[in-house]
Design a binder for this molecule. Structure first.
Ligand code: PXP
Length: 252
């Protein structure tokens, strides 16, 4: 296995566009640039309130991209119908609260198991690779496996926040929790992705965890692009991921 795939989340290009209500900057242009710069996939979250990505963006991304689209969505009938219409390569089911600034915490698959099992069935039947965005919690991982999701994405937000706050003990605990989650998921036969709040340093650290199949990174990357350009930000992120991966290999 090589290092994790690099999924680029372009939501916040749309956030900037929507701040002025016009057409620029175009998230599809950013996605195509990311594709040329070596992204392995593009992620876009169509939220219920359409605060960043809109329906037309999803349509345009489906038409324009040659790398896979990872369509992030809440488990609602409206989003299921949109996903079934477009049939993106991957669908990542995320919890969504209208009042939140960004996705807070993972899905409660254990708490909503029967409904989620039923909810993802047509998506799987339509050929989408369904992933559940969950905390690195063995119970949530087991429930995701039981409902038939082939992929889980573990929430790296608490780990990333611990890093930013300088709480190194908490950061080490959270990194160990993520590593356990990746191991448990992989042993259960699931493909394991990681995402949320990652920057160069935290992406380097999680890339050292064996068997991580994909990282999905958005906010930091788009912010960094303001200073050094998206291509260079992606280049530095890929280097960080490769370094972390090589360090992880050297340890095992
Ligand atoms: N993965 C999932 C499931 C997410 O919901 C998000 C945020 O939309 C990300 C990854 C990317 O997080 P960030 O924008 O903080 O890098």
């Amino acid at each position: 296995m090589t290092g994790p795939r690099f999924g680029v989340n372009i939501d916040h290009v749309a956030t900037i566009r929507n701040a002025r209500g016009g057409a620029a900057p175009d998230p599809v242009r950013a996605a195509l640039l990311a594709e040329r710069a070596g992204a392995d996939g593009i992620t876009a979250h169509l939220r219920e309130d359409r605060r960043h990505i809109g329906d037309a963006d999803i349509e345009a991304l489906m038409n324009a991209l040659t790398v896979p689209l990872n369509f992030e969505m809440a488990a609602t009938q409206e989003m299921q119908a949109i996903a079934l219409r477009h049939r993106p390569h991957a669908v990542c089911i995320v919890p969504e609260k209208r009042e939140e600034r960004t996705t807070e915490g993972g899905l409660g698959v254990v708490q909503d198991e029967a409904r989620l099992a039923e909810f993802i069935t047509p998506l799987r039947e339509a050929g989408c690779r369904v992933s559940m965005f969950i905390e690195a919690d063995p119970e949530q991982i087991a429930a995701s496996k039981r409902i038939g999701a082939p992929v889980i994405e573990l929430h790296t937000g608490t780990f990333a926040e611990a890093h930013l706050s300088g709480d190194n003990d908490k950061r080490a605990r959270e990194l160990a929790r993520l590593a356990d989650g990746v191991r448990i998921g992989t042993e259960a036969g699931l493909e394991v992705h990681l995402g949320h709040g990652l920057d160069f340093e935290t992406a380097r650290m999680v890339s050292a965890i064996p068997d991580v199949a994909e990282l999905n990174i958005g906010h930091f990357l788009i912010g960094e692009a303001v200073f050094i350009g998206l291509e260079e930000a992606m280049h530095r992120m890929r280097l960080a991921m490769n370094e972390g991966y090589a360090r992880g290999r050297a340890k095992t």
